[in-house]
Design a protein around this ligand. Sequence first.
Ligand code: MN
Length: 129
Amino acid sequence: MKTKILLIEDNEQNRYLLTFLLEKHGYEVIQAVDGLQGIEAAERVRPDLILLDIQLPGMDGYQVAAELRNISSLQHTPIIAVTSFAMPGDREAGLKAGCTGYIEKPINPDTFVDEIMPFIANEEAGESK
Ligand code: MN
């Protein structure tokens, strides 16, 4: 079964680029354009990994992460914040909201998939009891 990645991202170009990269590496990508759609998709699809843009319309990524962590089936799903905020403390805010990791925009297309792989490997190891 393909590894499922939920991409919550409002920017169409970023969605296109990330989806292209991930599908090229054999991942199944589920797209959501805002927090509400992302939370709904996460509950329904139970993704192996969630890539979460922080600058979203309406609910921001931190709020979305906190909501996702309130859903029992998603408590251990890796959530990677993807954000262009280069502010000190932003990483900490993401972790505090429940994110597992953090990748800065603009993403590097040559290394992006390698950067997210360890988070997926961890999840698979955790499930092979
Ligand atoms: Mn955005």
